[in-house]
Design a protein around this ligand. Structure first.
Ligand code: ATP
Ligand code: MG
Length: 358
């Protein structure tokens, strides 16, 4: 079998991004040769420090190289200035736009030996809904003060492609489970989230389009259910074990994914991927964590899982499954844990333990 070479952009960004992205590189390099995978890495700049040095938070070169040379990327974290700085805006938001990374995918998983094990993934639409940022403010005609309004835009195209991606993720998760990964689910399930009882046109369109997309023959093994977002939050917190794949419009997905991350105890565990056609950027959910930077104690697992997730979207499920298994084994044994999980291990020791298991 000819080896496949994947070229991966590395964007550490700020703060602990510089400590965890090298760990992401190392786990990819440590994958067994029998997988027939090779990696080339390109170091790229973005973030607040880059902004201070160059005047651009996302240099054109970074975008160019990602577009023209890379198969995927790992993005660390960027700090945002506490007081807004002229000309500074989030480079990851810009990257999502420039590369049309229309889905934000966030798996939330606990150890399977937990009292209430959790193993779900939230698939958030990432291009429209209230995030089109079309707002306006005007004076109330009756003189009672100002009024502000925002457009919530939902399209069939975006709803259909995000639901299709959710269905594909559900099938792939099932495949990875059948490959021996520990899990609590019996079969693939997609839960469509909306508020169409109130917003019958916008959320109604999302709901209807998602249902149609998931009715496709190739998803015949996937169970599909729907839930109104508010009652879903209640259930998500009471019975998180019931959820497999959740698909949501942008705003609900944003809120649900932060809430779900709280269920597993540390931001340092939760990965994400920004996904478009044939391209994925793995990104830990945490920020630059200035309070712990430079101490070598950042939990690398969110980044290691983000690297695996990126590989899933580059169709390297086998490699991803091996990485997940090594990470789960480290957590289940619970001997070498970073301080955010109550342990005393350094970033380095956690990485070494996981690489050994690979
Ligand atoms: P930013 O502005 O970059 O988002 P922040 O101050 O909001 O920075 P976060 O990175 O969002 O910080 O982290 C919130 C809290 O979680 C902090 O106390 C941080 O130390 C902790 N934390 C985040 N990521 C990790 C990690 N990988 N390992 C250990 N602790 C973490
Ligand atoms: Mg933060």
């Amino acid at each position: 079998m000819a080896a496949r070479t994947l070229r991966i952009g590395l964007i550490p960004g700020d703060g602990i991004g510089k400590e965890v992205i090298p760990a992401g590189r190392r786990i990819l390099e440590a994958l067994p040769a029998s997988l027939g995978l090779k990696f080339e890495f390109v170091d790229l700049k973005a973030g607040f420090e880059t902004f201070e040095q160059t005047g651009a938070a996302l240099p054109d070169k970074t975008v160019e190289v990602l577009k023209s040379e890379c198969d995927g990327a790992l993005f660390g974290a960027v700090s945002s200035p506490t007081t807004p700085r002229k000309g500074y805006s989030s480079p990851i938001v810009a990257l999502r736009k420039k590369l049309d990374l229309y889905a934000n995918v966030r798996p939330v998983k606990s150890v399977m030996t937990a009292a209430k094990p959790i193993d779900m993934v939230i698939v958030r639409e990432n291009t429209e809904d209230l995030y089109v940022k079309e707002e306006r403010t005007y004076d109330a005609p009756d003189g009672t003060g100002k009024v502000a309004e925002a457009i919530k835009r939902i399209s069939q195209r975006a709803s259909s492609r995000i639901a299709t991606m959710a269905g594909e993720i559900a099938l792939r998760r099932q495949k990875i489970r059948e490959g021996g990964a520990s899990s609590i689910h019996k079969g693939p399930l997609v839960t469509i989230t909306h508020k169409s009882n109130v917003l019958s046109q916008t959320d109604g369109l999302f709901r209807q389009t998602a249902k149609e997309a998931l009715a496709a023959a190739r998803f015949s093994s996937v169970a599909v259910e729907e839930q109104i977002v508010d009652s879903m939050v209640y259930k998500l917190f009471r019975q998180p074990e019931d959820y497999d794949v959740i698909v949501a419009p942008n705003l609900y997905g944003d809120i649900l994914s932060d809430g779900a991350a709280a269920l597993v105890g540390s931001l340092g565990l939760v990965p994400s991927a920004n996904v478009g056609e044939g391209f994925a950027i793995g990104e830990p959910c945490h920020g630059s964590a200035p309070d712990i930077m430079g101490q070598g104690i950042a939990n690398p697992i969110a980044t290691l899982r983000s690297a695996a997730l990126m590989l899933e979207f580059l169709n390297e499920e086998k490699a991803a499954a091996l990485m997940y298994a090594a990470i789960d084994a480290n957590l289940e044994e619970g001997r070498l844990l970073s301080p955010d999980l109550g342990g005393t291990a350094k970033t380095e020791e956690v990485v070494a333990d996981i690489l050994r298991r690979l």
